[in-house]
Design a protein around this ligand. Structure first.
Ligand SMILES: C[S@@+](CC[C@H](N)C(=O)[O-])C[C@H]1O[C@@H](n2cnc3c(N)ncnc32)[C@H](O)[C@@H]1O
Length: 223
């Protein structure tokens, strides 16, 4: 299953995140939303992932946004770096966490050697990928993972698509959020050659809708 098709709306998604980047960073800093340290269950999932991948090789945070999760992993001894589609997000990440490594790129064009990563994240960053593109991206993640390496992803749960024309304080955007049911994701991960290992369901609250965190493991013994 290769190469990964380029999403027709990739440029629109990049431009949209460039426009919301300032407000997104402000939201993370002032409300704690998006910061795993403020959410005990997300933090537990991320810290368990960190324990599983620390000392085993590089870890790539795909769609890292302003880099707060990448930096959290680095603090926990993980050889993590971040990559994001939006140059404005990456500029914030470099400013906020100058000791960490960040690059601009797309999940659809993963530029890492095969079997080179101990871990990969798709942390609230894969839901804009069109339904027919996500399976290809997951296959590219499987290829990039070393034997026994782990993927952690978090995404919004539901059926269908949400079209947004403004977000994060009324900033104009143009993007689609593709909702997935956990069993659909488990099936996609299995087809991509990964073994789903653990799952955390997030019930809706006053700020966000339902979500899911899934951890999956690449075949083979951990290196
Ligand atoms: C909701 S933000 C989440 C950011 C960060 N992971 C966090 O937890 O705060 C979604 C991020 O995914 C990035 N993104 C969207 N599509 C992407 C793609 N195809 N490749 C890489 N990053 C992408 C956006 O630029 C944005 O920074």
């Amino acid at each position: 299953m290769s190469p990964v098709p380029r999403p027709a709306d990739l440029d629109a998604v990049r431009d949209s995140y460039d426009r919301v980047a300032d407000n997104y960073v402000d939201m993370v800093v002032t409300t704690g939303l998006g910061d795993v340290r403020t959410h005990p269950w997300l933090r537990a999932a991320m810290d368990t992932f960190a324990d599983a991948v620390a000392g085993r090789g590089p870890v790539l945070d795909v769609g890292c946004g302003p880099g707060q999760v990448t930096a959290h992993l680095v603090e926990r001894g993980v050889d993590a770096s971040g990559m994001d589609l939006s140059p404005a997000m990456v500029a914030h990440a470099r400013r906020l966490y100058p000791h960490c490594r960040f690059s601009v790129g797309s999940a659809t064009e993963l530029a890492v050697p095969d079997a080179s990563l101990a871990g990969v994240l798709g942390w609230w960053s894969l839901f804009h990928l069109p339904r027919d593109v996500l399976p290809h991206v997951l296959v590219s993640f499987t290829r990039a993972l070393a034997p026994g390496g782990r993927l952690i992803l978090a995404t919004h749960v539901g059926d269908g698509e949400l079209e947004r024309t403004e977000c994060y304080g009324g900033v104009p955007v143009r993007w689609t959020t593709h909702l997935w049911r956990p069993e659909q994701l488990r099936d996609l991960l299995g087809r991509a050659g990964l073994h789903p290992e653990a799952e955390l369901l997030l019930h809706p609250d006053e700020r966000t809708g339902p979500g899911v965190v899934i951890v999956a493991r690449a075949p083979g013994p951990a290196g």
